[in-house]
Write a protein that binds this ligand. Sequence first.
Ligand code: ZN
Length: 165
Amino acid sequence: MNSNPRLLKETDRRPVAGDLDDLYREVILDHNRSPRNFGRLATANKTAQGYNPLCGDRITVFIDLEGDVIRDISFQGAGCAISKAAASLMTANLKGKTVAQVRALFGEFRQMITAGESNPQVLGKLAAFAGVHKFPARVKCAVLPWHAVMAALEDKNEPVSTEPL
Ligand SMILES: [Zn+2]
């Protein structure tokens, strides 16, 4: 038995074990109750809004981008627990990351919540959202803040929607 996640190799993708669900739920509830990096960022030079019409979630992200690196990031908005916790954990994770790293993380995150396979070494606490794949209606709540970040980095002025307009 090898239950230490730190010993997993990158190739050891596996469905998330059921006994981890409670721990993950705690992480999500905690970030919903006390969201990190919540509020407008005065030093932001990139911003974008995301909207998920299926659930009503609205998230605005503020990014202080220096060269290719996210120096600081925050978010504002209203939505369900999943979207708020996803934005909170995402902002905590993205500080200090390069644009290329953000893109790669978003790819991993999206694969995790659509396919239900996680890579704890890459995703860290973001793995808390692995269980979301069992609730397809909530997948868009969890990816919404990421769409907003990508839109901000690509200087899109129109709000991005998780649904085709
Ligand atoms: Zn939602």
